[in-house]
Structures are given as structure tokens and as C-alpha cells.
Ligand binder design. Structure first.
Ligand code: GKR
Ligand code: MG
Length: 437
């Protein structure tokens, strides 16, 4: 079996006005659907970041992909990662100031991941096995995800005829956030809760977590992630205020910038007998970051993500490394559809050392935008089941894909820019300032 075709489908999917320390989500998120065609007539699929940059990187990989045996992933990774990005290395191993999916250091890994996942889908279809069973077998048949909560403005995403129903309304205070959480848990059955912070002043975000704890009790572990919006001082103060509320399986994710800052927060909390673990998907984004994170005790939980760690096998490697080093493992997400959700589910299923429910933005997208044949992937009790089908277990709905492409053609932007959205819709002078508090 050889790869004969690489098709790239840039699509736009409606996205509600969600807030984070990066700014405001635009009415549409950009994604790319990848298809690999083969001599045997099989097609493998994947989903990755969207817009001009990721598309150009995948286009540049075409010469390494066509004519390749999809089983030869080691060679594909070697050929894509051969060229080292000296400028990126010199810039330091952190994406603190970049929106997710833009770290130049992970560029080749992101491109490889999109191709690896499509190759694994192909291999699974060729041998009649689900992807997680190609990776040595599954540690679980279903994968638990967490309720990923955002402060948001009113609106369901999209514009004009493509405006989506606003399921959650405006959520800019603790009471509204409790309502959002209740609604999301009632619909999906999640058992762990993640709050995207770094949006309102820390006292209001502390009050939000406390309100969630009162509402859901200690059997629903809570995490808060301000994406580096706080200083070391503020991170320590929040860690102190939330010690009890984050206990029992919760964590503090990227409270401040850089490993050194996180290490300082950890030292100061530990000195007070506060064991709240720190998690990261900003200060730790590749295997090379892990030793320092552990040595400095800056990060106790690493967030994996097949999209930028380099695919499913790299996530498995990361999981094993975290197991050996005594670190926890969770999973990060960005706005995505069902193909990505299935890749994340297979990756998580194949990681024995997965210690937390995974993040997913899936509840923020709608059936109108789903490109998976048969529609939205179901969640049962907060979990996604590994389908009894080969490969990723999902196929494309080509009419839906065409609609996604049309939306992409209609919109003017080709890159995520949450700061620009903030300036356009909330505050004309807004800038991402780190630390803001
Ligand atoms: O969707 O705005 C967002 C999030 O802030 C996302 O971009 C982050 O990458 O989910 C993310 C995180 O955990 O840092
Ligand atoms: Mg995060």
C-alpha cells in the first residue's frame, strides 16, 4: 500500500465568543481536514489546526508523503523533522506569548501529527483494527473528558445565516458559570471540571471556583487555567485561597509564565503545606521540556495533545515518560470537530498512565458544523467510547465538508487572532499583557 494522494480541506466552524487570557474567540475557528489516498483504494483521515500557516506546512510535506508506505512512520517523522528551526530554538522552549498551535518549535511535530494520524487511520482500515489497538492495545474502552468551562459573551458563534443558537448565554460571573456547568454536565455527563480563567479579576475567578465547589461537591475535581495571566504573587494567593477547592484531584494549570515562575509558585505553596499540583500545556510543549519541568518541580502534570506533541505515538511516549518520572498526565484541547475528538480518544485509550479526564472543546461546537458521517460523536457519562470499527472509527460526510470549505472561503481571516477580536468587540485598546494581575 502506497500513498497516492494528499488532500487538504481548509474549513471554518462556528465558535462562540469564548474568553481567555489570549482574548476572544472569533465567530469561526479554523481547522484543516486531511485525507490520504492509497493504491489499495483506502482513505485515511485526520483533523488539525487551520489557516494559512498549517496548510502551507502540510503542503510543503507533500513531497515526503506521496509514494510513501503509510506503515513507515519513523521515516516520515525523520524526514519532516530533519530541518531544525534554529530561530525557534533560540527563542526558547515556550509558547507563552503565542496562541496554541503556533509555537515554531513544534511546527514539524504538528505537521507530522496530522499525517501520522491519517496514516494510522489507513493502517487500521487495512488490517481491520481500531487505531488504539495498533498502538499495543487499549488501556480502556472509553475515555473520560472534563466539562471545559469558559466565561463568554452572549452569542453561539457564526454570523448571519451561519449564526448558531446560543445554548449558554452570557457567562461573566460566578452564578452564570454555575448555570453553564450544570447545563453542560446535564448534557454530557462529565465528572471533572476545568475552568478557563485569566479573564476576570482573580477574586471573581476564585469566587467562581468556590461556587462550583459548593454546587458540585468534592466528587467533581476542579481545575483552573488562566494561561499565564497571573504573577507569581497572584498565583500563590490564588493557590492559597483555593487549596481546599482544588483538593481531591484538581489542579492549577499554567497560573504564571515559564518554568521558573511555576517552580517558585510550587515552592511557596509547598512551604505552606499546600500540595495543589501545577499542570502545564504552555511551559511544557515537547519532550525536551519535560526534564527541566521535573527537575525544577515546576510542573507535576503534563497536558498531552496529539495535535502538537507529534501524534498518537508521541503521546504514548510522553505518557510513559510521565509514568517513569512520577508526573501526572492529562490532555489539552483547542476548538475541534469529531475527527480530532476520535484521535484524542484513541491516544488517551492507548495511554495506561492517564491520570485525569481529558479536555475537550467539543461541547462548544454544533451539529451544523460536524464533518463526521452520522453527525456528532456521542458522550455517555462524560466518556467517548472506542468504536468497534477499524481506524479512527469515523468517516467524512463530504457534503458537510463542502459546507465547511464554503464558510472558510467566505470569512476574511486565515489565522487565529483573539487579541484582534477583543479589540473589535470588547475593548478597542485591549492587549494581551502578561502578567495581567
Ligand atoms: O480555547 O481559548 C481557548 C483556550 O485558551 C485554548 O486556546 C488553550 O490552548 O485550552 C487551552 C489550554 O488549556 O491552555
Ligand atoms: Mg491550558
Amino acid at each position: 500500500m502506497y500513498i497516492t494522494g494528499l488532500k487538504l480541506h481548509p474549513i471554518a466552524i462556528a465558535d462562540p465568543p469564548l474568553r481567555s487570557s489570549y482574548g476572544l474567540h472569533a465567530p469561526f475557528a479554523l481547522r484543516t481536514i486531511v485525507e490520504l489516498e492509497t493504491t489499495g483504494g483506502l482513505t485515511g483521515i485526520s483533523e488539525t489546526y487551520g489557516g494559512d500557516g498549517p496548510l502551507a506546512a502540510l503542503e510543503a510535506a507533500r513531497e515526503h508523503v506521496l509514494g510513501r508506505d503509510p506503515f513507515q512512520l519513523t521515516g516520515l517523522m525523520a524526514s519532516l523533522t530533519a530541518e531544525t528551526d534554529a530561530a525557534a530554538v533560540a527563542g526558547g522552549r515556550t509558547q507563552t506569548y503565542l496562541v496554541p498551535g503556533e509555537n515554531p518549535l513544534d511546527r514539524h511535530m504538528r505537521t507530522f501529527a496530522a499525517l501520522e494520524i491519517a496514516c494510522l487511520d489507513l493502517i487500521g482500515k487495512a488490517v481491520g483494527k481500531p487505531v488504539c489497538d495498533l498502538l499495543g492495545g487499549r488501556a480502556r474502552d472509553q475515555v473520560a473528558f472534563s466539562a471545559y468551562l469558559f466565561y463568554k459573551h452572549a452569542g453561539g458563534g457564526g454570523v448571519g445565516g451561519d449564526a448558531r443558537h446560543d445554548e449558554y448565554g452570557e457567562v461573566l460571573d460566578p452564578t452564570a458559570m454555575v448555570r453553564e456547568t450544570r447545563q453542560m454536565i446535564a448534557q454530557y455527563g462529565f465528572h471533572e471540571i476545568k475552568l478557563k480563567g485569566g479573564v476576570l479579576d482573580p477574586a471573581t475567578e476564585v469566587a467562581t471556583i468556590q461556587a462550583l465547589r459548593r454546587e458540585f461537591g468534592p466528587s467533581f475535581p476542579l481545575r483552573i487555567d488562566p494561561n499565564c495571566a497571573w504573577s507569581v504573587e497572584t498565583s500563590v494567593a490564588v493557590g492559597r485561597a483555593l487549596q481546599e477547592d482544588l483538593s481531591g484531584g484538581g489542579y492549577l494549570e499554567d497560573p504564571c509564565a515559564a518554568l521558573e515562575g511555576m517552580a517558585e509558585v510550587r515552592r511557596r505553596l509547598m512551604a505552606e503545606g499546600n500540595l495543589t499540583p501545577l499542570a502545564s500545556n504552555v511551559a511544557v510543549t515537547c519532550l525536551a521540556d519535560v526534564p527541566a519541568a521535573q527537575r525544577l518541580d515546576a510542573v507535576q502534570i503534563v497536558l498531552s495533545d496529539p495535535h502538537y506533541w507529534g501524534g498518537l505515538r508521541q503521546v504514548q511516549t510522553l505518557g510513559n515518560l510521565c509514568g517513569v518520572l512520577g508526573l501526572g498526565l492529562s490532555m489539552h484541547s483547542n476548538s475541534h470537530l469529531g475527527v480530532s475528538l476520535m484521535a484524542m480518544t484513541h491516544a488517551a485509550a492507548a495511554c495506561p498512565h492517564l491520570t485525569y479526564a481529558c479536555d475537550t472543546h467539543y461541547p462548544w461546537q454544533t451539529a451544523q458544523d460536524e464533518v463526521v458521517a452520522g453527525g456528532r460523536i456521542p458522550f455517555v457519562n462524560g466518556c467517548v467510547q472506542i468504536p468497534a470499527k477499524p481506524g479512527l472509527g469515523v468517516d467524512l460526510d463530504y457534503d458537510q465538508l463542502a459546507r465547511g470549505r464554503e464558510r472558510y472561503q467566505k470569512i476574511p481571516y486565515r489565522k487565529r487572532d483573539d487579541e484582534a477580536e477583543m479589540r473589535m468587540h470588547v475593548d478597542p485598546d485591549w492587549k494581551r499583557i502578561l502578567p495581567r494581575w
